[in-house]
Write a protein that binds this ligand. Structure first.
Ligand code: F6P
Length: 515
């Protein structure tokens, strides 16, 4: 049942009307157990949700909402390999990519899913063996991943996040944009003979990626190198197209892996080369531990469930339209862009599963930047702006650098920001007045390890699943990206010929300026 058709939704809507009086400071004063009640451990992470604008009553109503909206049945269907991506008639099984080959949970899978699991491990073993071969090949100094969207953001984010585990004698480059400046700048620093290109594209048809791959191949040959098959590898579910491109080494994956959920598949090869097979397996193990938590933990202590429901509370009942992610670790530079695709491409939908227009908001706008940089840029608005933006801090207890003082300063800034948002400061309504009562979540990792990163990313995937399920939408298609692609084809042809006939006046005018 769609979220808004449940009884719990109506009760929450009524309750939200009384909410302007809610004050976090009084809640903490009234309830000494609040911090403990709204905090929990989950695999790889600890989360403190207590500085959010909710209480035990809201949480319990939200859990009823999840129950009544069928979130848990939907979760079961995903983990049974049912075709819950109905508009594309596909199963949604990125979780299978981190499922161990053996064990009671794997044995209990439906037989067709078990058959897929076999293929998963077959490919994983081959890909990790290849990664180890490249790691040992000192001749290869540069690895260039050519891909976009899910074929770029996941591996790029993870390679950066795990840089302290990465090989030091290879450089990793990520080329995504069809803007030739990007590829050109990377190529200028390369020697063809020492470079491995990974052409990462689920479909192997994406214009941006194919244009970059063709140009990279042309450049490679222009350097006098003939052995394309030795220096180009494909990561794709369209092996045939990769073959036509001249690529012989191809690591495949399946239509049941969505692009934004594909870092666990062959798309993770740059990460596997960077951190090695054992660490890549640890990355998968962390995600698997979070899968098990999501599947089996009691819903009141289930972190993806709690986060996803909090997202619904903010979006639909307090009407907040965005969420800010502030990782206090510079290795998380690409976490916000990764999460943008995860949340906004999954849940940026305006119709329900039956194609009916939704009467409520879905995906918030997700944005962010590592702290402390954000503090000196946009935090002003978070503290004193007219809109309330829930903030999600991500911090790591232990640093891997050896500079004294820095880490304690970094962490104290993170704690202070969360505190300032909540406590505020009164100045008789003047310039220095902070209303406070502004919500934030803190997610803590003990160390930024492959296991913990895997768990953190799987946590984010599942929280998006939970809110999407309450909203009754298909979180696993992305039809909204198609129209622009079709129009770009038409406009590209016109840019070459100068034909502006039949175009709207604005586009025609701009086109004329650009030819
Ligand atoms: O256009 C959006 C999209 O389809 C994303 O969903 C996907 O991650 C990205 O493009 C890249 O697609 P592909 O891996 O097929 O090149």
């Amino acid at each position: 049942m769609r979220g808004d058709q449940t009884a719990a939704w109506q009760v929450l809507a009524e309750y939200a009307k009384t909410f302007p009086g809610f004050d976090l400071r009084s809640e903490f004063a009234r309830d000494t157990g609040r911090a403990a009640h709204f905090s929990q451990d989950a695999p790889g992470v600890f989360a403190d949700l207590s500085k959010n604008l909710w209480n035990a009553k809201i949480e319990s109503l939200l859990l009823q909402l999840a129950q009544q909206a069928g979130v848990f049945e939907h979760r079961y269907r995903m983990f049974q390999g049912e075709a819950i991506n109905a508009t594309e008639n596909r199963a949604v099984m990125h979780w299978l990519l981190r499922q161990p080959a053996q064990g009671a949970a794997s044995d209990a899978l439906p037989s067709d899913v078990k058959a897929s699991l076999k293929e998963v491990h077959h490919t994983l073993n081959a890909m990790l063996a290849f990664a180890e071969k490249i790691r040992a090949d000192h001749h290869i100094t540069d690895v260039v991943n050519i891909g976009i969207g899910g074929s770029d953001l996941g591996p790029q984010m993870a390679v950066m996040a795990l840089q302290s585990f990465a090989l030091k004698d290879k450089r990793f480059h990520f080329v995504s944009n069809v803007d030739g400046h990007e590829l050109d700048a990377v190529l200028q620093g390369l020697k063809a003979d020492n470079t491995l290109f990974l052409v990462a594209s689920k479909t192997f048809t994406t214009l941006d990626t194919m244009t970059n791959a063709v140009s990279a191949k042309r450049w490679f040959e222009a350097q006098g190198c003939k052995n394309v098959s030795q220096h180009f590898v494909a990561l794709t579910s369209n092996g045939e197209a990769a073959g036509k491109f001249g690529i012989q080494t191809c690591f495949g994956f399946w239509d049941w892996v969505g692009g934004r959920y594909s870092v666990w598949s062959a798309i993770g090869l740059p990460l596997a080369i960077a951190i090695g097979a054992d660490s890549f397996r640890a990355f998968l193990a962390g995600a698997h531990a979070m899968d098990q938590h999501f599947l089996h933990a009691n819903s009141a202590q289930n972190l993806p469930v709690r986060l996803g429901l909090l997202d619904v509370w903010y979006r639909n009942f307090l009407h907040y339209t965005s969420r800010c992610i502030a990782p206090y670790h510079s290795a998380f530079k690409r976490l916000a862009p990764f999460m943008q695709q995860l949340e906004m491409e999954s849940n940026g939908k305006q119709v329900d599963m039956a194609g009916k227009a939704l009467p409520y908001g879905t995906s918030p706008v997700l944005w962010g930047e590592p702290g402390t940089n954000g503090q000196h840029a946009f935090f002003q608005m978070l503290h004193q702006g007219t809109d309330v933006v829930p903030l999600e801090f991500v911090a790591v207890k232990n640093a891997t650098h050896t500079l004294p003082d820095h880490h304690a300063l970094l962490l104290s800034n993170m704690l202070a920001q969360a505190q300032a948002l909540m406590l505020g400061q009164s100045d008789d309504g003047g310039y220095k007045n902070f209303t406070g009562n502004r919500p934030s979540t803190v997610i803590l990792l003990e160390d930024l390890t492959p296991f913990n990163l895997g768990a953190l990313i799987a946590l984010q995937e599942h929280r998006v699943f939970v809110s999407g399920a309450v909203w009754g939408i298909n979180s696993f298609d992305q039809w909204g990206v198609e129209l622009g692609k079709v129009l770009a084809k038409d406009i590209h042809a016109r840019l070459l010929t100068g034909d502006a006939s039949g175009l709207d006046a604005s586009t025609a005018q701009l086109l004329k300026r650009l030819i």
